[in-house]
Design a protein around this ligand. Structure first.
Ligand SMILES: Cc1cc2nc3c(=O)[nH]c(=O)nc-3n(C[C@H](O)[C@H](O)[C@H](O)COP(=O)(O)OP(=O)(O)OC[C@H]3O[C@@H](n4cnc5c(N)ncnc54)[C@H](O)[C@@H]3O)c2cc1C
Ligand SMILES: NC(=O)c1ccc[n+]([C@@H]2O[C@H](COP(=O)([O-])OP(=O)(O)OC[C@H]3O[C@@H](n4cnc5c(N)ncnc54)[C@H](OP(=O)(O)O)[C@@H]3O)[C@@H](O)[C@H]2O)c1
Ligand SMILES: Cc1cc2nc3c(=O)[nH]c(=O)nc-3n(C[C@H](O)[C@H](O)[C@H](O)COP(=O)(O)O)c2cc1C
Length: 587
């Protein structure tokens, strides 16, 4: 029965009651959730305690899924569930058979892969044959539409759960970087479906901001730029910038290993090119969702992602520009052609190719998603620089298809001047990249290029704490003369005995490439000795090639030094991961 005070006429009520009576409990729960999510069932009914147990399983790399899992548990508890939160790094697939109600929140990383801490669980799960016939589930997949394999890990979990006999109680949602709305609807529908007796709308727990501050993801802190220093010498091929921001009076706090999220703005020349391609002036007034009315030029600068090309953007553009050519490119059998078109191209190229007559201001903004913040590993210790946060940023500049391109956020940061306009920031904690709790434990850090950033934070922190553990850094970049990031600081730390060892690999100072993993192999005996002494092993930087090659080098070092089989060496390294002695922050 519909609640008495549901906003329907008596005729509507009768029709809906007979419809509800014809549905099974799961369908009824889903419908009531849907009505609540769409705002139809506005009047709250008394909450009947759900007796069900609920497992909220999450897999995360940068913390978003964990925050949502936490919110899911809190919201479910308010609905009467006995809800528990489980990290994929902590459980085995067989444990899922005991979960009668299961909500999965998982992101996708790399090129369609699970997040770092969920890799082992994922591998075991896809190979598992455990029966989940008594499990009811739904999946919330986090991802980014600019990646070809959008939400792939969530899709894999969803399909495998079904294959193992579990019952899907609500359809999977695939969330883009701006996931709040899709998540809230998914949660509403899922909890309602799991507790069909409850007709009260879900009140999603409002995200707690970091610490006691009101600043956070939903309300970034306008930070003053205290200093910017170009870290490369003249003649370098790189443009790496050290930035210092003020956190004074923000209430924001961080730990070494955390990242700082920066909310960028688009460059004026890129805004101008998009306006020209769309045949608009920028003076048109438009409505920006959750922001209000604005001039188009301002909205393109501040609110929209006007560069990252994806299937999602092209699908909307095909409609906005009514382009048959683009529709053909989006056809199922044209996937390879679409991939080829997207390679090295941005939204501006698509506008020029498929909207030759231009677009209205509304049609243009309709194809964009919200401009996402970018993460940067924090390069400072709060103990060494109170009220400050430092970053090490490589400016992304390249040329493709006859156009000069630039990364939105890295070049925005590279162009910042001291005490110019404030930069909007918030802290993104990363519990999976932490110094050992015991200051006496040795650490090995592998951080080529900007990957060195968190290790500056680690070493500063250990120095400030007076930790006695040994510290070994492997650093690499192109040239000793121009690209030895923070060289003087490392030398000081060596002199003071804080840094025990420093091994460097300058890849382009000799005819053949030399990389950090080559230095690791040269030092294999000592490196293995440190591991045997209990050292923690950290890697930060490029995920595409470096992290993989360093991982392989680590396995081969263990294999050779321990004189064991490759399989045994892999198990040794896997165990390092499981015991959180091998942690990676790769991007
Ligand atoms: C946890 C984490 C920590 C990070 N820490 C750091 C850090 O400490 N320092 C740092 O500099 N970065 C760091 N990054 C990367 C950073 O978040 C941004 O991704 C980076 O600065 C690029 O962002 P952008 O806005 O400048 O570029 P975008 O506008 O996002 O453009 C980047 C895109 O441009 C394209 N592209 C780039 N180069 C080429 C090329 N040569 N040819 C063709 N296409 C290309 C690719 O599609 C790429 O995805 C980190 C990322 C994560 C997730
Ligand atoms: N996901 C990505 O697409 C991604 C990630 C990180 C960085 N980048 C790009 O790289 C630029 C600078 O990044 P960065 O400063 O962090 O440096 P980087 O490009 O990661 O380079 C740092 C050092 O690592 C070396 N290197 C290259 N391949 C390696 C491998 N397989 N194993 C170990 N070392 C390897 C580089 O050598 P050589 O250059 O001589 O080969 C260089 O000496 C930025 O423009 C950024 O866009 C892209
Ligand atoms: C280096 C990198 C690779 C990513 N790869 C993918 C991908 O292949 N597919 C996708 O849908 N999203 C991808 N994403 C987007 C993440 O899934 C998204 O940022 C998500 O919100 C992260 O959630 P988490 O913090 O719980 O890990 C990637 C993000 C980064 C930084």
């Amino acid at each position: 029965m519909l609640p008495e005070h549901a906003p329907f006429t008596s005729d509507q009520r009768r029709a809906l009651d007979s419809l509800l009576a014809a549905l099974d409990p799961v369908q009824r729960g889903w419908l009531s959730g849907f009505l609540a999510a769409s705002g139809s069932a506005v009047a709250p009914a008394p909450v009947v305690a759900a007796s069900g147990k609920l497992t909220v399983l999450y897999g995360t790399e940068s913390g978003n899924s964990e925050v949502l899992a936490d919110r899911t548990v809190k919201t479910a508890k308010k609905r009467g569930f006995q809800a528990v939160m489980k990290n994929m790094s902590e459980i085995a697939p067989a444990d899922l058979a005991k979960a009668s109600n299961l909500l999965v929140i998982v992101s996708t990383w790399g090129d369609g892969e699970p997040p770092e801490t969920a890799i082992s669980f994922y591998k075991e799960f896809v190979a598992s044959e455990v029966s989940l016939a008594s499990v009811k589930f739904s999946v919330c997949a986090l991802g980014d539409t600019s990646y070809e394999k959008f939400c792939q890990t969530g899709k894999d979990f969803d399909a495998k759960l079904e294959k193992l006999g579990a019952t899907r109680i609500a359809a999977r949602v695939d969330c883009d970087v701006d996931y709040e709305e899709s998540y809230a609807t998914w949660l509403e529908v899922s909890l309602s479906a799991l507790a069909p007796t409850i007709s009260a709308p879900v009140i999603v727990d409002v995200p707690a901001s970091v610490g006691t501050t009101a600043y956070g993801k939903k309300n970034p802190f306008p930070s003053e730029t205290l200093d910017t220093v170009i870290l490369n010498g003249e003649g370098s091929h790189k443009e790496t910038i050290h930035l210092e921001f003020s956190l004074a009076a923000s209430g924001l706090s961080y730990e070494p290993g955390d990242a700082l999220a920066v909310v960028p703005v688009n460059a004026p020349d890129v805004v101008k090119a998009v306006l020209q391609a769309a045949k608009l002036t920028g003076n048109e007034e438009i409505e920006v969702k959750n922001v209000g009315r604005k001039l188009l030029a301002d909205a393109l600068r501040e609110d929209y992602d006007i560069t990252a090309l994806s299937r999602a953007v092209l699908t909307k553009l095909a409609e906005a520009a009514d382009s048959a050519t683009l529709r053909a490119l989006l056809a199922e059998d044209a996937k390879e052609c679409l991939k080829e078109f997207n390679d090295g191209r941005e939204i501006i190229d698509a506008l020029l190719a498929f909207a030759p007559s231009g677009l209205s201001a509304e049609s243009l903004t309709g194809i964009f998603r919200k401009l996402p913040p970018r993460l940067y590993s924090i390069a400072s210790s709060p103990l060494a620089h109170s009220d400050e946060v430092h970053l090490t940023v490589a400016a992304v500049r390249y040329q493709t298809h006859g156009r000069e391109r630039k990364g939105v956020c890295s070049t925005y940061l590279a162009n910042l001047v001291k005490s110019g306009n404030p930069v909007q920031v918030f802290v993104q904690p990363n519990k999976n990249f932490r110094l050992p709790a015991d200051g006496g434990t040795p650490v090995i850090m592998v951080g080529p290029g900007t990957g060195v950033a968190p290790f500056r934070a680690f070493v500063e922190h250990r120095a400030a704490l007076g930790s006695t553990g040994k510290n070994w850094l492997f650093f690499g970049d192109q040239h000793y003369t121009y690209d030895f990031l923070y060289q003087l600081e490392w030398q000081d730390f060596l002199k003071d005995g804080v840094l025990t060892r420093l091994d460097v690999a300058f890849s382009r100072d000799q005819p053949e490439k030399v990389y950090v993993q080559d230095r690791m192999i040269e030092q294999a005996k000592d490196l293995y000795q440190w591991l045997q002494e209990g050292a923690h092993f950290y890697v930060c930087g490029d995920a595409n090639r470096m992290a993989h090659d360093v991982h392989e080098a680590l396995i081969s070092i263990v294999e050779n030094q321990a004189a064991i089989t490759r399989e045994a060496a892999e198990a040794y390294v896997e165990d390092l991961k499981k015991t959180k002695r091998y942690q990676r922050d790769v991007y």
